[in-house]
Ligand binder design. Structure first.
Ligand SMILES: Cc1cc2nc3c(=O)[nH]c(=O)nc-3n(C[C@H](O)[C@H](O)[C@H](O)COP(=O)(O)O)c2cc1C
Length: 386
């Protein structure tokens, strides 16, 4: 079965078109869209493609060792699953499937604050390897409660997202009929209804959700008997709440490791180090927030320079292959997060889609290291064309 999958879908780019056929257009737009004209997304791709290595010959046969230590934890490979809000809307149970896959393979899975599945459920699936992504709520009691739940569920790392000062416009989602910005954002319009009818596989799988959007992490805090939809309450709590002072508060509440996600400026990276975070995720949110952002990969070297050689740096935005992962590692990242590709895998193949994506990435990393003639990351960096 797995060999068969590798013949059908040997690359991430072979999964995306299949995924896009299986899910309704308004859901596909949610997964795929950038913002504005999609220029930041395109810039991420172009900038990664421009990074090359000149191979060194005569290294004989070797099997690259992909084991990577990040924040005191050994992972089997230098990548993990990025937080994707409402993954279970893209494909039902994808949060559980991806968390279980990650635990099996010994890589981290990051659960979003706005996931469909609960911290408690995913904590169990993650076997002590889970990360929890926090959009900090304005209300400190809710923040404290979320952190307690994450700690009790065994979440190892807190990923605080800093690059969502307000929702982005997501024009492609609006055009596809997603109920963004409408007064009742959980309403099923006739446009959505007909899209769902034309995607019976997704519709049947989604029957489990009983036609209702679930935000299991935030639901317990929503006012009871309110006429407002839950998404309005969540927006009021999470949008634009984070400041450096608030990050310091979170630092003093959370005993485990913290990553600040969404950093692009060297000066922000330096402030984050001063506040006491344990690492930084250099990211432009996969091009979903601001269409005038630089490609994340193009600012990675300046962030590395600002924080020094030893400080843990994670990278995401536009990673679509093992070669892309090596590009980020060569330019100064210690670890990489992969977002949309894991959902392409699940939507295209089903529950084992995440395993297949991880397998593609692993094979590509190993193969590229041998082609480059690099047995480790310092050697990889020597082969990079600057
Ligand atoms: C559908 C979707 C939902 C996302 N939801 C979140 C989220 O809840 N929290 C967060 O920090 N980042 C979120 N992100 C951003 C990802 O964590 C990550 O930064 C981005 O997807 C990386 O780019 P890539 O998809 O090109 O790999 C989301 C991305 C996508 C595609």
């Amino acid at each position: 079965m797995t060999d068969n999958l590798m013949s059908k879908y040997p690359r991430i780019q072979d999964l995306e078109p299949v995924a896009s056929k299986k899910i309704p257009p308004f859901i596909h737009a949610y997964l795929e869209a950038g913002t504005g004209s999609g220029n930041t997304m395109a810039r991420n791709r172009r900038a990664l493609d421009e990074i090359t290595f000149t191979p060194e010959l005569m290294h004989g046969r070797f099997e690259p060792d992909l084991q990577t230590n990040l924040l005191g934890q050994e992972y089997a490979m230098p990548f993990g699953v990025a937080p994707i809000g409402l993954s279970s809307l893209i494909w039902p149970s994808s949060e559980q499937n991806l968390a279980a896959m990650a635990a099996r393979l010994n890589i981290p899975y990051t659960l979003s604050t706005v996931a469909g599945a609960s911290i408690e459920d995913i904590g169990k699936q993650s076997n002590g390897l889970g990360w929890f992504q926090l959009y900090p709520p304005h209300n400190r009691e809710i923040m404290n409660s979320l952190l307690n739940r994450a700690e009790n569920a065994g979440m190892r790392v807190l990923v605080v997202t800093g690059d969502v000062p307000s929702p982005s416009r997501r024009e492609d989602m609006r055009k596809a009929g997603a109920p963004i910005g409408s007064r009742n954002s959980t309403k099923i319009t006739s446009k959505i209804f007909f899209q769902i009818l034309r995607h019976p596989g997704w519709a049947l799988a989604s029957l489990k959700l009983k036609g209702k959007l679930r935000f299991k992490n935030m639901e317990p805090y929503a006012p009871k008997n309110s006429s407002k939809p839950i998404s309005t309450f969540i927006g009021e709590q999470l949008n634009g709440s984070l400041t450096w002072d608030y990050l310091s508060e979170i630092r003093s509440c959370w005993k485990g490791k913290i990553l600040l996600k969404g950093v692009l400026r060297a000066s922000d990276a330096i402030k984050a180090v001063e506040v006491g975070v344990d690492g930084i995720v250099v990211s432009n949110h996969g091009g979903r927030q601001f269409d005038g952002n630089p490609a994340s990969i193009s600012v990675l070297p300046s962030v590395r320079q600002a924080v020094g050689a030893k400080f843990p740096l994670v990278f995401d935005s536009g990673i679509r292959s093992g070669l892309d992962i090596l590009r980020a590692l060569a330019l100064g990242a210690n670890f990489v997060l992969v977002g949309r590709p894991f959902l392409y895998g699940i939507a295209a193949i089903g529950a084992e889609g995440g395993d297949h994506v991880a397998k593609i990435l692993k094979e590509e990393i190993s193969n590229a290291l041998v082609q480059i003639g690099a047995k480790n990351i310092p050697e990889l960096r020597q082969r990079l064309n600057l």
